[in-house]
Design a protein around this ligand. Structure first.
Ligand code: 4AD
Ligand code: MG
Length: 466
């Protein structure tokens, strides 16, 4: 017996019956009668449970009493063909050891209420549910596929700093990093004296690895980053996190068309990977939350994304308003689109993912390549059904003169950007890149509707538990 090795539930479910097996996991449910108990056991390797059949004359009553939802068990028995519907095999238990009891009166997942809202209130335990098991496995598969996609293309994974002095996006919504004593801040000439701070200057958590990514791309050609980013924007929406993960490829010698082509190929690859490798979990989420999920995933694969300029999109939205379409926020040339506008374009007007290009320069970051018209820049946003923007990117301004002029126009501190400007000063090249919000991608792939439900430990305004 002691040589028997544990087999994961995922592997048990596709094994041929007959063998003696050892399974370990947590009890999902127990039902049955005086003669026999049926225990659904799950170990997180798959959304599916293995059924353990426990005859009351084989397993003693004391043990069976402790087999409650949430308890952890080790089960030895024979894998047999199942006569019950819903599974091919089950375990005829010979021995059950309760590894960890679980008080049914207190266990938070015991409750009838398994709504996502309720689960957010017991977020430390919700990972044990089928829903979060599925989300976590898909999240892992997507992270793996991202590395595979870029590795296969010869991109270099570049680690950009998390602590930085640069506000890449120029939006100013950064979390400051300091070791200064906040009750006794050193002051010089009426201002905080950051020379006394840990780094001798004011630093923050990064909002994007792009600017450092450009240093990498103009050295080794094609890089990508994949790391956490931090934004202190006070937006309590189902699509914003204060800490989220972003993938930022940056490519020398790519223009905006190459950039758009890569972005489209990339997201299609990820969706295809999910369909090929995560079907059990997708089917579960499809059945439980969103019966259009799998169909929606397939629908983005076969078609070309719709390219449309910002200016054309404004005309479409204005036309829609004329025809009675109502939006909460107004639309006119020069304003940033809200998620409702993006979703109108994707879901109602075009019926497919949209790549928006050529934005007014005043609503985009300083580094975007300026178009000939003097008022737009070569930015691109990829918009997806149900979500809106999942990717933001651009061709970068490669001209030293134009970049310097834009930095000055915007009144940005040149001092902190000299290192970045050097990329244009020494051997500048056309180059492009984009950022994919990992959790936005996961919203699309899992069909979840709140971004707090696709990251294990969400950070949002007034919420940083664990
Ligand atoms: O459009 P953004 O701000 O672009 C950048 O940061 C560029 N530096 C990217 C680049 O060109 N290398 O952010 C990129 C993506 C968005 O499209 C969105 O998917 C996601 O990051 N994102 C967020 N996701 C969750 N919570 C937030 N608060 C987010 N802000 C942006
Ligand atoms: Mg953006």
């Amino acid at each position: 017996m002691d040589t028997l090795k544990r087999t994961k539930v995922k592997d048990l479910l596709c094994s041929t019956p007959g063998a003696e097996v050892l399974a370990k996991g947590w009890v999902r449910t127990k039902r049955g009668n005086k003669q026999v108990k049926f225990i659904a056991l799950n170990d997180g390797s798959t959304v599916k449970n293995i059924q353990v059949v426990a005859p009351c004359d084989v397993i003693d009553e004391e043990t069976l009493k402790l087999v409650t939802t949430g308890a952890s068990l080790q089960v030895i028995g024979t894998l047999t063909e199942s006569i019950g519907s819903g599974q091919a095999v089950e375990i005829q238990a010979k021995e059950i050891v309760v590894l960890g009891e679980c008080d049914p009166m207190r266990f938070p997942l015991q409750k009838k209420d398994t709504s996502l809202e309720y689960l957010r209130t017991v977020a430390h335990m919700r990972l044990r549910t089928n829903t979060f098991g599925a989300v976590l496995r898909i999240r892992h598969a997507m992270a793996f596929a991202i590395h595979k996609f870029f590795n296969d293309k010869g991109f270099v994974y570049l680690h950009t700093p998390l602590i930085t002095e640069s506000d890449a996006e120029g939006a100013g919504d950064m979390f400051q990093v300091t070791t200064l004593d906040l009750a006794n801040v050193p002051v010089h000439n009426g201002k905080v004296d950051f020379s006394k701070d840990f780094f001798g200057k004011k630093t923050s958590l990064t909002v994007s690895g792009q600017l450092e990514g450009e240093l990498g791309a103009t050295a080794v050609g094609e890089i990508y980053t994949f790391g956490p980013t931090f934004r202190a924007e006070n937006s309590n929406t189902p699509r914003h996190l204060a800490e989220f993960w972003m993938i930022e490829p940056e490519m020398a010698f790519y223009d905006i068309n190459d950039n758009m082509a890569l972005a489209e190929e990339f997201v299609k690859y990820l969706v295809q990977y999910a369909l090929d490798n995560c079907m059990d979990d997708l089917q579960f989420l499809n059945d439980k939350y969103d019966d259009g999920l799998i169909e929606r995933l397939r629908s983005v694969l076969g078609i070309a994304f719709q390219k449309v300029t910002y200016t054309q999109a404004v005309e479409i939205l204005e036309e829609a308003i004329k025809n009675g379409q109502q939006f909460e926020y107004p639309v006119h040339w020069g304003t940033d689109f809200q998620s409702e506008h993006e979703r109108y374009l994707v879901e109602k007007h075009f019926g497919k993912p949209v790549i928006l290009i050529d934005f007014p320069k005043d609503i985009k970051a300083f580094y975007m390549k300026q178009n000939e018209d003097g008022r737009t820049v070569r930015g691109m946003d990829v918009l997806f059904p149900k979500i809106g923007e999942i990717i933001g990117g651009s061709e970068r301004e490669a001209s030293l003169e134009k970049l310097e002029k834009r930095i000055e126009e915007l009144g940005m501190s040149r001092k902190n950007l000299e290192w970045y400007v050097d990329t244009r000063r020494y051997g500048t090249v056309p180059h492009s890149g984009f950022g994919l919000g990992f959790e936005r991608l996961l919203l699309f792939v899992t069909g979840m509707t709140n971004i707090r439900d696709v990251i294990p430990f969400p950070r949002t305004p007034k919420n940083a538990e664990f």
